[in-house]
Design a protein around this ligand. Sequence first.
Ligand code: ZN
Length: 400
Amino acid sequence: MKNAWLVLLLLLVAVPALATEAADGAEGDLPVKKETVVVQETKDLRDRFTGEPATTFKLIGTEIEPGTRRSLQWFSPQAPGGFAVATPVIVVNGHKAGPVLCLTAAVHGDELNGIEIARRVVNSLDPKKLKGVVVSVPIVNLEGFFRRERYIGDRRDLNRYFPGSPDGAYPGRVAYALMEEIVKHCDAVVDLHTGSFYRENLPQLRADLAVKQVAYLAEGFGGLTVLHNAGPSGSLRGAATAAGVPAVVMEIGGPLSLDLKKVELGVKSLETLLHTIGMIDRARIWKNPQPVFYASQFIRAEVGGILINKVKLGATIKTDTVLAEIIDPINNSVFQVRSPTGGTILGRAQNQFVSPGFAIFRIGHKRSKEELKQKAKAEKEAQTEKVLEELGANEATRDR
Ligand SMILES: [Zn+2]
C-alpha cells in the first residue's frame, strides 16, 4: 500500500517536471532528470506469445504482412524538404504472434560495430520461422554517420535529448520522432553502442536491473557481461524504459572502425536473446549461459600527456597494478597510473594524448545478480526518498 502511494507521488512529481522542461523555451529539451524515470510498468514480452498466427504489423504508415520482410523509409526531422534523405528501417514480421523487438544503432554517428551487428542479425532471420517482429533502425543518426561524427547536427549528443519534444531544439525533435514513430511500437529495445572518443569497451550490456523486465531481457543474452546502472539522463535507454518499453544498451568495442571479432560476438549474443525469449528456434547459442554482473568505477588521468596502456580489455587486475604510463614528451617524465582497486578492465582509452581528468579506464567489480538487484533497489529507494524530501522542502518553502 505504502509503495502504491510512493508511485502515485512520484507520478505527481514527475509529470509537472516533464511539462516545465518541455515548455522551457530555447533549452526546452533539457535532459530529463533521473528522478522522473521508471514510474510505470514495463511491457512483459512473455505475454506476446499467444500461439496465434501473426497479424499485419503497422509502422510509419506501412502495413507489413505476416511472414514478410520490408525495407521502409523513415522521414525524421533529419530530412528537411528538398534534401529528403530517409532513414532506413527494416521490418521482419514473423509467421506467428510474438513480441516486437527493436534494434537501434548509431545513435552516435561514429559507432559502426552496431550497424554491422544489426545488419547481420536481420539478414539471418527467416520471416517464415520468426515468432513476433524484429524492427531495425541501423543508423539512427544518419547525419553524424555521414560526417563520421558522434554528434547530430547542432553538434549535440542525441542520446541526451530523449524523450524529446516536437517543438524544442533540433536533437529533441529527432528524439521525439524516434520515440513516437518507432520506439513506442516496440515491446523491447536493444540500443547498440561503442565506447566514445578513442575509448573501447569490453562487449557488455548496460541494464537497469531494478526494472524487472529489463533484468529479464538482460538475462537472455547468454554469457555477455552485464553492467548494472540506470540509463544516463536523456538517453534512449532510460526514456524507452520510462515509457514502458524495457531497453538495454549493448556496448561493443570502440568508435570509427569495425572490429569484426566483436561484431561476431554481438551477433551471437543477439541471436541467443532471440532464442532465449522464444522468437527463433534455431540459434548458435552462447555456450556458457551464466551472466556475469559488475558494478564499476572510472579511473581518470591525474596528469596530461601521451597515454601508453599496459593492460588489455577484460584483464583481471589487482590493487597497485600498473595500468598505464602517461608520458610528458616535453620534459621526458613518466607518470605511472596504478589501480586503486582490484577488478576487471571493462573499458579503456586507446593510446593517445590525454588531459588531466580524462577517463582512461573503467574497472568492473564482480557481484552476484542478487547483490546488484539489492543495490539497485536501494538506489531506487534513495531516489524516492530524495524526491519526497524535495517535495517536503518545496512545500515548507511555500508555507512560509
Ligand atoms: Zn554511443
